[in-house]
Design a protein. Structure first.
Length: 269
């Protein structure tokens, strides 16, 4: 088998527009794992939000991996071992909080199964909780509530206004941390140097594989680095134009079992 590792983004890639893995995609991926393929689920979601999909695909049985927080954590899903972890500098949190507050945006972070926020009724906070199948915990003071190590914060809000804040925060923080949007209404705030390709290079070293043996499939801006890095970089038909332009191959959309089509063509054929 030429390709031994399949890296999949979740939203807009592995899951369809109803945010579920179709039965056809699920059975195709399990068949590929039976033949020795290893799967990595690589997402901006917190680990808790990736876990249900990992369990559906039986990654614990077939030695798969979760790469969460855009690469901030890597977990061996069979053993539960944390293979890699990169945390936010707590000194930067007051600035992030003030930026959100000054612009009337909600800021969130995570603790176990909870999304922590001062704004539990915000439409975009509700969207983030629903996406990750997590509960919302209202906190009176966000800064006081974050008394544990965290891998990322998220500022959420109207896309047009958020784009302005993204530029301002990026200019201020570019030497200290990562600032980018994973969706028009989600501004990701992560440790510096965190991206999917960089974390995958750590994983490949750990499991003794080459990037030439890896297929990476995605649709969004935060998938671009891994698509360019992989032996075979695949864009979904529904991917952002820049992602499609940089891919080696374009598959069907996430509503047409595009991931299953990749596996059938390059692994099971």
């Amino acid at each position: 088998m030429k390709y031994k590792l399949l890296v999949l983004d979740l939203d807009g890639t592995l899951t369809n527009s109803k945010k579920v893995i179709t039965e056809h995609t699920r059975t195709t991926l399990i068949e590929a794992q039976k033949r020795g393929l290893k799967i990595v689920l690589a997402s901006g979601r917190p680990t808790y939000g990736v876990a249900p999909l990992a369990n559906q695909l039986e990654l614990d049985k077939y030695e798969g991996y979760i790469l969460s927080y855009n690469g901030g954590e890597i977990i061996d899903w069979k053993t539960g071992e944390m293979m890699y972890k990169n945390l936010l500098d707590p000194e930067v949190l007051p600035y992030l909080y003030q930026c959100a507050k000054d612009n009337n945006f909600a800021i969130v972070s995570y603790e176990n199964e909870y999304v922590l926020t001062e704004h539990p009724d915000d439409e975009y906070v509700l969207k983030e909780a629903l996406l990750n199948v997590m509960k919302i915990k209202k906190v009176d003071n966000f800064l006081k509530a974050i008394n544990h190590p965290i891998a990322k914060c998220l500022i959420v809000g109207d896309p047009t206004r958020l784009a302005v804040l993204e530029k301002e925060m990026y200019d201020h923080l570019k030497d200290r941390m990562g600032v980018f949007r994973s969706e028009p209404y989600f501004l990701e705030l992560v440790p510096k140097g965190i991206d999917k390709a960089r974390s995958l290079s750590v994983l490949l070293k750990e499991i003794n594989m080459k990037k030439e043996e890896m297929i990476a499939v995605g649709d969004g801006f935060n998938d671009l680095s891994m698509i360019q890095y992989a032996g075979l970089g695949v864009a979904m038909a529904n991917a952002q134009p820049v992602v499609r332009e940089n891919a080696d191959y374009i598959t069907l959309s996430n509503d047409e079992d595009g991931v299953a089509a990749v596996v059938e063509k390059f692994i099971l054929a």
